[in-house]
Design a protein around this ligand. Structure first.
Ligand SMILES: NC(=O)C1=CN([C@@H]2O[C@H](COP(=O)(O)OP(=O)(O)OC[C@H]3O[C@@H](n4cnc5c(N)ncnc54)[C@H](OP(=O)(O)O)[C@@H]3O)[C@@H](O)[C@H]2O)C=CC1
Ligand SMILES: Nc1nc(=O)c2c([nH]1)NC[C@@H]1CN(c3ccc(C(=O)N[C@@H](CCC(=O)O)C(=O)O)cc3)C=[N+]21
Ligand SMILES: [Mg+2]
Length: 295
């Protein structure tokens, strides 16, 4: 039987460590603050933003929630981000994606102060990740690595296959695996013979947004499967959330992450840990939780 990696429990532990560090920073008069900006009323985004706000407050940090109408212009949003950059109470800025069609999200991400970019999406942080020179690391990839660490002792030389090449998951998780000296293959919609490519993997990270894409016979016995996919589907007349891998077919894997309760909760815990890290860094204090979690 494959081990089920308990993302909820691991995320709760990480949030607990963040909360402890927040307490010790408070003794120095520092309270980290996270600003979350939501433009429009995408229902999934509203759910995520609510969890982020609640968990930020539970960790003892300040939360600044900004809900802007879908009609917000690009100029207005850029002005808003500039104000958050200048606000000393704000250590982290997250602009929830996707943004409405009429807004160029690359321009918005470019406008965020890299030191406050807790999503790790600014080109400076993307560059820092690719050169291995510090910076803020995207939350979902970071969460994937923390979960992988529970199942893998030695990454060096392992074959990792990443399904998906997005800027927010596929590419950065591939960079982190490469940093650990895995041999990394990044696949996407044009990849030929995806099943055979996946069959060669010791580590599979799937972030395609395609429910049930990865079948049991794609997965080598003893491989570890990290399922990033969040798909809302109807099953037996009920709305449920499932991942990109068929969990029931993964018994021969060494370990798999469930959906829900796997990568999702880690994403938010890593957001809190990045906010703490940004708060420390901005004040010239040495690093925070991340070093301990992903050495
Ligand atoms: N758990 C969490 O915290 C998070 C979960 N997610 C979830 O992860 C999934 C991916 O998110 P995101 O990266 O933003 O999505 P994107 O849609 O931006 O990227 C999906 C990627 O998967 C590739 N892809 C899609 N279908 C296939 C297929 N059948 N075969 C091979 N490759 C495929 C696409 O290829 P191509 O580029 O060629 O089109 C693309 O590179 C979604 O379900 C999303 O909801 C996302 C962020 C956080
Ligand atoms: N700027 C930006 N940063 C993001 O990090 C970002 C974003 N935009 N846009 C959307 C995606 C998606 N995302 C998730 C966060 C938490 C869960 C999560 O907590 N999932 C739980 C609950 C799932 C549920 O019930 O909906 C779970 O998987 O167990 C999932 C997905 C962050 N994203
Ligand atoms: Mg895309």
């Amino acid at each position: 039987m494959a081990a089920i990696i308990d993302g909820r429990a691991i995320a709760a532990k990480l949030r607990g460590r963040v909360a402890e560090e927040v307490v010790s920073l408070a003794a120095e008069g520092i309270v980290p603050g996270l600003a979350v900006v939501l433009v429009g009323d995408d229902p999934a985004s509203q759910v995520y933003v609510r969890s982020k706000v609640t968990q930020t407050l539970e960790a003892g940090m300040r939360s600044f929630e900004h809900r802007l109408p879908a009609s917000t212009s690009q100029e207005e949003l850029l002005g808003f981000v500039a104000a958050l950059n200048d606000d000393d109470a704000v250590d982290g800025i997250l602009v929830q994606l996707p943004l409405p069609q009429h807004i160029d999200s690359d321009l918005v991400l470019d406008a965020i102060d890299p030191l406050k970019d807790v999503d790790g999406f600014h080109p400076v942080n993307v560059g820092r990740l690719s050169t291995g020179t510090g910076g803020l690391i995207p939350c979902t990839p970071l969460g994937c690595m923390i979960l992988l660490d529970t199942a893998i002792d030695h990454y060096r030389g392992l074959k990792a296959v990443v399904i998906g090449k997005s800027n927010i998951v596929g590419k950065p998780v591939a960079m982190l695996l490469l940093e650990r000296e895995c041999t990394v293959t990044v696949t996407h919609i044009a990849t030929r013979n995806l099943p055979d490519t996946v069959r060669s993997a010791d580590i599979v990270v799937v972030a395609a947004g395609s429910p049930g894409l990865v079948r049991g016979d794609w997965v080598k016995p003893g491989a570890v499967v990290i399922d990033v996919g969040i798909n809302r589907v109807e099953r037996d007349g009920r709305k449920v959330i499932i991942g990109d891998a068929v969990r029931e077919e993964m018994d021969h894997a060494a370990a798999v992450t469930p959906v829900p309760g796997g990568v999702g909760p880690m994403t938010i815990a890593c957001l809190l840990s990045n906010t703490l890290r940004a708060a420390r860094r901005r004040r010239g204090l040495p690093g925070a939780v991340r070093e301990a979690a992903v050495a």
